[in-house]
Design a protein around this ligand. Structure first.
Ligand code: THU
Length: 139
């Protein structure tokens, strides 16, 4: 299923942009902000946090999900990934795996930019046949 347009709550857009402004990305200069709407209706945020040991960088999406978990929330409605790139930014492979752990397969993952352009994928489109907790059940 391809969803092309999703109504993004304004507060979620604002939160993603706010997170973008807090990104710590001195090496790539590629700032990313993420904001997710939890099933309880709360908004959590994350930005990319780089490191002088480059491989330790953590993406905005994974920091965003981590913030939800530390706040006791593990179920989400949607996630917005905000950059100020003309080409909309899709989540990297590692983030797709982490998103698949916590979001329903049909949940929208939305790339948004400063021109208010958006591209929407379902979790399943981004990572078909994902390895998820159910695959650990020995049944
Ligand atoms: N980045 C993210 O935060 N999310 C993604 O899905 C793609 C990549 C960050 C990691 C790194 O700090 C910078 O963007 C360039 O790769």
């Amino acid at each position: 299923m391809r969803r092309n347009i999703v109504e993004i709550p304004e507060a979620l857009k604002t939160a993603a942009k706010e997170a973008f402004n807090k990104a710590y990305a001195p090496y790539s200069n590629f700032h990313v902000g993420a904001a997710a709407l939890t099933k309880q209706g709360n908004i959590v945020q994350g930005c990319n946090v780089e490191n002088a040991s480059y491989g330790l960088t953590v993406c905005a999406e994974r920091n965003c999900i981590g913030q939800a978990v530390i706040n006791g929330e593990q179920h989400f409605q949607m996630i917005v990934i905000y950059t100020e790139q003309d080409k909309l930014t899709p989540p990297c492979g590692a983030c797709r795996q982490v998103i698949a752990e916590f979001f329903e397969q049909s949940a929208p993952v939305i790339a948004l930019n400063h021109k208010n352009e958006q591209q929407v994928w379902s979790v399943e489109q981004l990572l078909p046949d994902a390895f998820t907790p159910k695959d650990l059940l020995d049944k």
